[in-house]
Write a protein that binds this ligand. Structure first.
Ligand code: NDP
Length: 519
């Protein structure tokens, strides 16, 4: 185990070498200020906009990107990964001389072959494990923060000494610097974003869902779980003392309870999912998918963002934050919170009210908390678990689905969607033992009850109730997926693409339902 510290790095390697910081955003500003305060010669390259004005106001000489790159010996790329390849090729590479140093802050572009670097320069990575504001604040306080460094190309034989010197210049060797490869940095970063973070998010939303359903006051649930700040304080202590040692800061009841019950959550499936996520990253599948998504104008990202904002938890958090500050809840939050309950079927609303009355002190308090109660209803009632089914029997559902499959196969809108695609979605309704599939391929749609052969690219598992709610338009499919009531296996991107025809599926299912069961 090797950690590089102050004594392992020397600023001598940077003497007489102008450094161009390209991009004056979160990291760019913080790193540029730290390097200058460490006595180094720093200029900025940025487009003409408010970032540029900020750099000028901070006293830097600011040049257009290409000119800054040309003037410097060391070029630090502090621009987003998405724009990196184009800026690098068009504006940076032409200005690089023999033996110059190209410094990345993220391994992504090089690791996944998106950024092409010329052979006549050093190519290194300096990636702080800290947000930009923290990079600056820690430096000013006299403290440090960790960074990853890597050497991809060592043209001068000095590449490692130079990147260590830069790490010292930004204040990172005060804490400690670890050497990795570009690929390791990129993969670890993506793993944290795509596996560790979402798994933790699911633990959190599952807990909110469970506890609110069980009648605990939502404001107490959110405070208990994370909104008090205790969790982030504990995480800081875990970083400082270690996972095991920090448990001594908690009561013996807590220690016994969490350690004795912890074994229950050793789930082989969790590890499998994480392995799957890592495989997606390491194979480059994620990078390819993300590149195609950007080329298409990010329609899926847009849809995911919108769906996330419809989660009841989103409004609940906002309402609680206003309430804790003693502020009235803005009308738009109350309106949007109450909107879903208007769509709730009477029996579901009654069930939600009964649950609220049982457990929620918010009901009694009224006033500011009334918004929380509305949201609680939203959380309970329109959620997939409590969706009104219209009490479809297995036989009724089978007849509806049989007709639905016929309509799907003959529908011109779905046939148009099928042009240029090739995938099958397999729906598994485990609770009623029904399967059906839709196969899209070159303008043709096949759909039938039963299990598809060959196996489908996308497998969607849910209950009859959730499927009926989703295809009747009462439930948001993306939200059902996000809340775990609809689980999919296979190609996420392919599964999400089907959202484009969700309205058509709702139209056809409603028609089938009406024909079979009557309006
Ligand atoms: P920001 O979004 O804060 O800043 C981006 C900078 O890039 C701005 O100066 C922006 O200027 C410029 N920029 C954006 N688009 C273009 C473009 N098309 N052409 C030229 N310039 C452009 O980014 P961050 O500071 O967050 O991230 C920078 C790098 O640091 C990334 O590689 C990131 O992965 C890495 N990193 C980020 C960390 C973080 O905590 N944020 C941590 C560790 C590494 P303008 O749009 O005004 O021209």
């Amino acid at each position: 185990m090797r950690v590089y510290r102050e004594e392992d790095a020397s600023l001598e390697h940077l003497q007489g070498k102008p450094i161009a910081v390209i991009g004056y955003g979160n990291q760019g500003r913080a790193q540029a200020l730290n390097l200058r305060d460490s006595g180094l010669d720093v200029i900025i390259g940025n487009r003409e906009d408010e970032y540029r004005e900020r750099a000028v106001a901070d006293g830097f000489a600011v040049w257009p990107i290409a000119e800054a790159a040309e003037r410097a010996d060391i070029v630090m790329l502090l621009i987003p990964d998405e724009v990196m390849p184009g800026v690098l090729e068009g504006q940076i590479v032409p200005g690089l001389d023999e033996g110059n140093v190209l410094v990345f802050a993220s391994g992504y572009g090089v690791a996944f072959g998106k950024a092409t670097v010329p052979p006549h320069v050093d190519v290194v990575l300096l990636a702080p494990r800290m947000i930009g504001a923290g990079v600056r604040d820690k430096y000013v306080e006299g403290g440090g923060f960790p960074s990853f460094i890597a050497v991809h190309q060592d043209r001068t034989g000095q590449a490692k000494a130079i990147v260590l010197a830069l790490a010292k210049g930004i204040g990172s060797t005060r804490f400690g610097v670890v050497e990795v490869t570009f690929a390791q940095e990129a993969e670890l970063d993506l793993y944290t974003e795509q596996c560790f973070g979402p798994a933790f998010g699911q633990v959190l939303t599952t807990s909110v869902d469970l506890l609110v359903e069980q009648g605990y006051p939502p404001e107490a649930v959110l405070l208990e779980l994370y909104m008090s700040g205790e969790l982030s304080y504990t995480m800081a202590k875990i970083a400082e003392m270690g996972l095991v040692e920090q448990s001594q800061l908690h009561s013996t009841t807590s220690q016994y309870g969490s350690m004795s019950r912890g074994m229950r959550f050793i789930l082989p499936e969790l590890r499998q999912r994480m392995q799957q996520g890592l495989d997606d990253i390491r194979s480059g599948r994620f990078a390819e998918e993300w590149e195609a998504e950007q080329a298409a104008g990010c329609p899926t990202l847009q849809m995911l963002r919108e769906s996330a904002r419809t989660l009841p938890l989103y409004r609940l958090e906002h309402q609680l934050r206003h309430t804790l500050r003693g502020e009235p809840i803005p009308p738009e939050l109350l309106e949007s919170a109450e909107a879903p309950s208007a769509a709730i079927a009477p029996e579901a609303q009654a069930a939600a009210e009964a649950t609220s009355a049982r457990g929620s002190s918010a009901v009694a308090r009224g006033g500011l908390f009334s918004g929380l109660v509305s949201t609680l209803r939203g959380l309970l009632a329109p959620g997939p678990a409590a969706a009104p089914t219209g009490s479809l029997s297995r036989q009724q559902l089978e007849r509806v689905l049989r007709r639905f499959c016929q309509l799907v196969a003959d529908d011109p809108a779905l046939q148009a969607f099928s042009q240029g695609r090739s995938f099958t979605s397999h729906y598994v309704l485990g609770d009623v033992g029904l399967d059906f599939f839709m196969r899209f391929g070159d303008g043709v749609v096949q759909s039938a009850l039963g299990v598809p052969v060959p196996p489908a690219e996308v497998r969607l598992e849910t209950s009859a109730e959730v499927l009926d709610g989703m295809l009747s338009g009462r439930l948001n499919a993306m939200r059902a997926a996000m809340s775990g009531k609809l689980q999919f296996k296979g190609e996420a991107k392919v599964a999400m693409s089907q959202q484009q025809v969700q309205n058509d599926l709702v139209r056809l299912y409603s028609q089938a339902r009406n024909e079979v069961l009557g309006p």
